[in-house]
Design a protein around this ligand. Structure first.
Ligand SMILES: *[C@@H]1O[C@H](CO)[C@@H](O)[C@H](O)[C@H]1NC(C)=O
Ligand SMILES: *[C@@H]1O[C@H](CO)[C@@H](O)[C@H](O)[C@H]1NC(C)=O
Ligand SMILES: *[C@@H]1O[C@H](CO)[C@@H](O)[C@H](O)[C@H]1NC(C)=O
Length: 338
């Protein structure tokens, strides 16, 4: 699939000029929920691979730039023009659909989704797309300057395509948007976001466990969080031996753009000693993070506390004994205390 970090690494090798050897996808997603004749909600967002870069403020009709580099290399004038185009599109399409919903045979409540964007590869535009779904199924798309109904869209989609195919202006605008503006914007975005994609964030890791009900097994969990880029290796090990029944969860996004992963291991409770979780990540400079099971910092603290608790009375007793003895001696024989 579209692995942006990889794309970026190869983009960076080309020095200052952006030369991408992997797939890069930029797309805008629209989700319009029509509850009834008088209530519509439009959500819009822009995505570079799996990273959200833009939002849409539907009350103000403005683009939300989620990162300092989300403007790419476009001028304010260019961005304002795009904003106007989106505003016009959202209000136009909403009005038309509300007005003609019964002729279009859309039944309330319904959801329309559009996925619009471009895919770049090795310095060229691989493909551009504008596809629409109705109630979660493919409905229609733009192919080679004409709107084509999806088989799932049936007559409904065919009739709509027949109608909108008559408007050359719309086709030309959409074509320009996805064939030329989208790639230009995306190259600029990749360039402007270079620092962001190049950053290295170190993972934090911690262990937890729970017993598996009704068995003598223990589930060991190694949590790894806060790392960037996404690619990482985490494994339960015994010595240098990979534990092949280690189970890896999905890599999940944190709110700050870093990633989270946990890997688990089922193990007989008595065999847990000697296991360790190993984490390998580009931010660690070749040094694996190793977390041995059963050697928590908290365990060390508890031991220390116990030791202190045991030793304090002894120390006090010794001190009192010495002091008391000295006083007692000085009473017996004042000369000795001098
Ligand atoms: C339309 O839908 C909205 C949201 O569900 C609801 O609050 C509103 O009462 C509905 N209006 C009508 C006229 O049914
Ligand atoms: C689009 O048009 C080009 C040239 O006109 C043609 O070669 C290509 O097969 C068409 N693609 C589709 C999907 O219709
Ligand atoms: C932004 O950068 C891309 C790639 O470097 C270039 O093709 C495009 O013309 C630039 N756009 C502007 C407005 O400078």
């Amino acid at each position: 699939m579209l692995l942006l970090p990889l794309a970026f690494l190869s983009a960076l090798r080309g020095g200052d000029s952006v030369e991408v050897q992997e797939h890069v996808l930029f797309h805008v997603i629209q989700i319009s929920s029509f509850a009834n004749r008088s209530w519509v909600q439009n959500l819009g967002s822009g995505w570079l691979g799996e990273l959200q870069t833009h939002g849409w403020d539907s009350a103000q009709g403005t683009i939300i730039f989620l990162h300092s580099w989300s403007r790419g290399n476009f001028s304010n004038q260019q961005l304002t023009n795009l904003e106007l185009l989106f505003r016009f599109y959202f209000s136009g399409i909403t009005q038309e659909i509300q007005e003609y919903s019964s002729q279009l045979q859309f039944e309330y409540p319904f959801i329309l989704q559009a996925d619009v964007g471009c895919e770049l590869y090795s310095g060229a535009t691989l493909k551009s797309f504008f596809q629409v779904a109705y109630q979660g199924s493919d409905f229609l798309s733009l192919q080679n300057m004409s709107w084509v109904p999806a088989p799932e869209g049936e007559n409904k989609a065919r009739r709509i395509c027949d109608t909108i195919n008559q408007y050359d202006g719309i086709k030309e605008t959409v074509h320009k948007l996805i064939r030329s503006i989208c790639p230009q914007f995306t190259w600029g975005l990749l360039d402007a976001g270079k620092k962001y994609f190049q950053r290295q964030e170190r993972p934090e890791a911690w262990l937890s466990s729970r017993s598996i009900y009704g068995s003598s097994l223990l589930l060991l969990v190694c949590h790894v969080s806060g790392f960037y880029p996404k690619s990482i290796w985490v494994m339960w090990m015994r010595g240098e031996q990979e534990q092949l029944n280690t189970q890896q969860g999905d890599i999940l996004p944190n709110a700050d753009g870093t990633w989270y992963l946990h890997v688990t291991l089922d193990v007989e409770a008595r065999d847990a000693v000697g296991l360790a979780c190993w984490v390998r990540h580009s931010s660690l400079g070749g040094q694996d993070l190793i977390l041995p099971w059963g050697h928590h910092p908290s365990m060390k603290l508890i031991l220390l506390a116990v030791l202190l608790a045991l030793m304090l009375p002894i120390a006090l007793a010794l001190w009192f004994k010495k002091h008391w003895r000295r006083q007692w001696l000085s009473l017996e024989n004042p000369a000795l205390s001098l």
